[in-house]
Design a binder for this molecule. Structure first.
Ligand code: UDP
Length: 231
């Protein structure tokens, strides 16, 4: 079937007027696609982890674009118009945040922090403040406060979910879409878009293994899936 869109980690296929089929690939990129590789089995893990997390969030009142799993690597989702924002929630300093402010990775933050980046490969996803989001009309005031409140609630739910599975949720990225005026959580939630550290060893169990050439990324992804599905 003809593709609607092919991104770095997923392919979108059109279905009816209201739904899409998402196919999760094993291709991995980092540093604005300057680093490329394959993590064998990643697509299966990301599909199944995203599906399980969307179901968990839906069960706790979060509205998402997720409809159903179709196969090991595919899910059906509602078509939405993606807001051009990456919404990041941080519990501890890591990655670009730790670098920007010169703090050690793992430093706990006094309160969960929501940050926004403009989704733009050409510009390297620059940080954007809420005032600039409103000034550029990338989202309305009401929408932005809803996105922020939902992200904080998703953070609480996911932090508890992973803590029960021996994983420390350090930070994550969400994307939201609009459908008939309603804001829905969209995209994926997977080890590609979160930092998860093993509570016992402190080892990263996410895409940082690939970004930092730590090795064992395929095994870490499988372990995250195993723990997510353990229920
Ligand atoms: N993240 C993502 N996509 C991006 C940028 C970040 O999924 O384009 C995730 C990343 O995996 C991490 C969180 O958002 O869990 C915060 O990432 P950060 O801003 O520290 O950027 P990074 O260091 O990953 O470039």
């Amino acid at each position: 079937m003809e593709k609607l869109y092919e991104g770095k980690a997923k392919v979108l296929f059109p279905e009816g007027p209201d739904t899409l089929r998402v196919y999760f690939k094993d291709e991995a990129t980092a540093f604005n696609a300057r680093k490329r590789g394959i993590i064998p089995g990643k697509g299966v893990v990301n599909n199944k982890v995203s599906a399980a997390l969307f179901r968990h969030l839906e069960a706790h009142g979060i509205k998402t674009h997720f409809l159903e799993e179709l196969s090991d690597r595919e899910m059906r989702v509602l078509r939405v118009e993606i807001l051009p924002l990456e919404v990041i929630l941080r519990f501890r300093a890591a990655g670009s945040f730790a670098k920007r402010y010169g703090v050690k990775e793992g430093t706990p933050l006094k309160a969960p922090l929501v940050e926004f980046s403009l989704k733009s490969d050409a510009l390297g996803d620059p940080l954007i403040c809420p005032e600039a989001i409103l000034a550029l009309d990338l989202a309305g005031e009401e929408e932005l406060s809803q996105v922020k409140a939902t992200t904080l609630r998703v953070g609480e739910l996911l932090r508890d979910f992973f803590a029960q599975r021996g994983l420390d949720l350090i930070d994550f990225k969400l994307e939201f879409g609009k459908r008939n005026g309603e804001i829905l959580l969209a995209d994926e939630i997977s080890p590609d878009t979160m930092r998860l550290w093993d509570q016992r060893t402190g080892e990263p169990m996410d895409k940082d293994r690939f970004r930092k050439d730590l090795g064992g990324e395929a095994e870490a992804y499988q372990e995250v899936l195993r723990r997510v599905l353990k229920g």
